[in-house]
Design a protein around this ligand. Structure first.
Ligand SMILES: Cc1ncc(COP(=O)(O)O)c(C=O)c1O
Length: 435
């Protein structure tokens, strides 16, 4: 068996090795994994499975299992693929985007009394760490066209206590980062890009997720590409922190350091103000392999999603009650993770709540995750007053309650896309007729 790169195991040609992997997967386990990844039923399916099982047993007899299942060469290869794709050298594969955010928040030394500016509309993961450590969340209002953080409102809400700004590229549409980066520089604030939806999006010729001080992409199963259901890539532009991120992912261990007297060392991670102790956010080799394979298809996937968005826009053109997805241009290239459908309530004869209900009735999935964060119970239970915050986020209130919903763009047949476009047009027509 090959020697692993991890100094804790010695799987080389020793007389008594400590194998990195205690119990390997055997042929029947592997068959269950194949059945899980390629599900089916019926006689033809069972026959195909039996044939595969016979071959897997033969393969088992002539193969050796991987020497390592947790973070190793496959994870490194996935990071390398992301580095090449994104044009960075700091990609660090972690368990999910939320843990990537945690590395950034810990570097900032976020604690009670500090303020973090997040957009009013995002997913709870963006604000979970600040909320958990008792930092104060400050909600920036959104741009009505993109529902992304509005830089002008960020500027109004910066105080001497602001430690971080967290732009979120919602639906994969890039936030206008130039003004945010300029504000951050002026006030010595760290920028963490929540690029969960935005792997492959471009802002003024640069990849989103490589512009802020930190960023994290998500490869949770619902995203454009995945690493077996969970996963994230964290990046940084903090000088010298790129190599520290690997240690920040796993308890502060440095696998490259020589061990003296059989005692290895675990050192703290340097933070902006003071060092901190790292936790464990290690991904597995299977996730590494899964991500590497899908990164190679990312551009193709974005192109298909874009084509679906263009189709919907073409169907909605000419109906001035419907405000279609902004497709971007030379400077802005979205990932089309979601289709942002908006209506003009005055012209549509009602607001988006009616539209959502009608789409539900017609069997069209609306994606409900992205709403005003300050309306979540966890926020009021932690002592915030949602109604007070709402007063400082009027655009968020207007777009959420009256104007927007998200539609899916991928994995749909031409017939399903057409049905969805018809359903939106019919629903709006019904609203205009007062039905
Ligand atoms: C906007 C946004 N940020 C962060 C996350 C968290 O990503 P992960 O599940 O990889 O932690 C999500 C996940 O859905 C998200 O939608």
């Amino acid at each position: 068996m090959e020697k692993t790169t991890d100094f804790r195991y010695n799987t080389g040609a020793t007389k008594v090795p400590w194998a990195a992997v205690g119990e390997n997967y055997n042929a029947s386990d592997l068959m269950e994994i194949i059945r899980f990844l390629m599900q089916g039923e019926g006689e033809e399916y069972e026959q195909a499975c039996s044939a595969v099982y016979e071959q897997v047993k033969k393969l088992d007899a002539v193969s050796t299992p991987p020497g390592k299942l947790t973070t190793g060469e496959q994870v490194e290869a996935a990071e390398q693929a992301c580095n090449e794709y994104l044009g960075t050298d700091s990609s660090t594969f972690v368990t999910n985007a939320t843990s990537g955010f945690e590395i950034a928040y810990k570097y900032a030394g976020l604690k009670e009394g500090d303020e973090v500016i997040v957009p009013a509309i995002t997913f709870v993961a963006t604000m979970a760490y600040p909320l958990a450590v008792g930092a104060k969340l400050v909600f920036a209002d959104v741009d009505p066209r993109t529902i992304n953080m509005d830089p002008a409102d960020v500027e109004r809400k910066i105080t001497p206590k602001t430690k971080m700004i967290v732009p979120v590229h919602i639906g994969g549409y890039p936030v206008d980062l130039d003004p945010i980066m300029a504000l951050a520089k002026k006030h010595n604030i760290l920028v963490l890009e929540d690029a969960a939806h935005a792997f492959g999006a471009m802002y003024k010729g640069r990849h989103v997720g490589t512009i802020g001080d930190f960023a994290a992409f998500s490869f949770h199963e619902v995203k454009n590409i995945t690493s077996f259901g969970e996963g994230g890539i964290a990046t940084t532009n903090i000088p010298g922190f790129g190599s520290e991120m690997k240690r920040a992912r796993f308890l502060g261990l440095d696998f490259s350091a020589p061990i003296k007297n059989w005692l290895y060392n675990i050192t703290p991670i340097p933070g902006k103000e003071k060092p901190y102790v790292a936790l464990n956010y290690s991904p597995t080799e299977s996730q590494g392999l899964g991500l590497k394979l899908q990164v190679a298809r990312n551009e193709e996937i974005i192109a298909k999603r874009r084509a679906a968005a263009e189709y919907l826009n073409s169907r909605f053109a000419g109906n001035d009650a419907i405000i279609p997805q902004d497709l971007g241009g030379e400077d802005i290239k979205p990932t089309f993770h979601l289709y942002l459908l908006q209506i003009d309530p005055a012209k549509a004869g009602g607001d988006v709540q009616t539209l959502k209900r009608k789409l539900d009735e017609k069997g069209v999935t609306n994606i409900p995750h992205f709403g005003p964060l300050y309306r979540f119970k966890v926020v009021s239970d932690m002592g915030y007053d949602p109604n007070e915050i709402a007063k400082s986020c009027p655009v968020c209130e207007e777009v959420f309650y009256h104007r927007f919903t998200h539609l899916p763009l991928y994995g749909l047949s031409d017939g399903q896309l057409e049905y969805m476009a018809d359903a939106v047009l019919e629903a709006v027509a019904e609203m205009q007729q007062g039905r």
